[in-house]
Design a protein. Structure first.
Length: 237
C-alpha cells in the first residue's frame, strides 16, 4: 500500500515541487522514514507534523502546499497557518495571515479544512479587530463553503459570549436550499445554548416557526432532556 501511494503521488517528487515539502512518511511502526515524501499521514499526525515544521515554511511555501490536489497536504498547510497565527504577537503578521487565508479560499472547500482553520484564524481575527465585515461578506457569497466559513467564524464570538452576530448569521441563512447549511446553523445555535441556554430558548421561541427542521433538531440536541422533549412537542414532530 505504501508503494501504491508513492506511485500515485510520484509527481510531487520532482525537485521544484518537493523542495518545500518535509521529507518523511509515516511507517507502520509509527516512525518517520528519512528521505520519503510527506504523503498520506492522518490526524493527529498532521497536527504534530505541522507543529514541527510551521516555522520552517514561509507563507508562500504554505500557499504552495495548500494548492496541492491532496486533502492531507491542504489540511496540514492549514494547521501550519493556524500555528503561525496563534504563536505570533505581531499584529501586522496576523493581518497578513488573515489576508492570506481570504486569498486562498478556493482551496478551502472541505468541512475538515474549514473546521481546522477558520475559527482560529478568521473568526478570531474578525473579533479581535472588530472587523466583522470580513465574515458578513463571506456570508453573502454564492459559494456554500464561503457561507460555512462565515458560520464557523462566529464560533469565536460565541466563545466570548456575543450572540447577536450568531443570530444574525442564522436568520440570514434560513432559506438556504442545502441541508448542510441548516445543519451548520443548528450546530452554531447549539454552541450558543451550551454557553447560555436561556438565550437560545428565547431566540427559538421567537423564531422557531421559520426554522428548518434540521436547524431546530441540531440546536436543541444538547438541552436538558425534559426541556428538549417539552420543546419538541407539537413543534417539529
Amino acid at each position: 500500500m505504501v508503494n501504491e501511494i508513492k506511485d500515485a503521488l510520484a509527481e510531487l517528487a520532482i525537485p521544484e515541487k518537493a523542495a518545500f515539502l518535509p521529507k518523511f512518511f509515516k511507517t507502520g511502526k509509527g516512525e518517520y522514514g528519512e528521505g520519503d515524501l510527506f504523503l498520506g499521514i492522518k490526524v493527529p499526525d498532521q497536527r504534530a507534523v505541522a507543529k514541527e515544521y510551521y516555522l520552517q515554511l514561509s507563507l508562500k511555501e504554505i500557499g504552495e502546499l495548500l494548492q496541492s490536489p491532496y486533502h492531507e497536504h491542504r489540511l496540514t498547510a492549514l494547521f501550519m497557518l493556524v500555528f503561525k497565527y496563534e504563536k505570533t504577537k505581531d499584529i501586522d503578521l496576523q493581518a497578513e495571515i488573515a489576508d492570506f487565508y481570504l486569498n486562498h479560499l478556493k482551496y478551502i472547500n472541505n468541512w475538515d479544512l474549514v473546521d481546522s482553520s477558520c475559527y482560529k484564524i478568521l473568526g478570531r481575527y474578525a473579533f479581535d479587530t472588530q472587523n466583522d465585515d470580513l465574515l458578513r461578506k463571506l456570508s453573502l457569497s454564492e459559494a456554500m463553503w464561503h457561507k460555512r466559513i462565515a458560520v464557523v467564524g462566529t464560533m469565536y464570538h460565541i466563545k466570548k459570549g456575543f450572540f447577536e452576530f450568531t443570530k444574525e448569521f442564522v436568520m440570514h441563512n434560513l432559506q438556504h436550499p442545502h441541508d448542510l447549511m441548516h445543519k451548520a446553523n443548528g450546530w452554531l445555535l447549539r454552541e450558543m445554548g451550551k454557553k447560555n441556554e436561556t438565550e437560545l430558548i428565547s431566540f427559538l421561541n421567537k423564531n422557531y416557526q421559520e426554522m428548518p427542521r434540521t436547524t431546530l433538531r441540531y440546536s436543541i440536541e444538547k438541552l436538558d432532556e425534559n426541556l428538549r422533549q417539552s420543546y419538541l412537542k407539537g413543534r417539529i414532530l
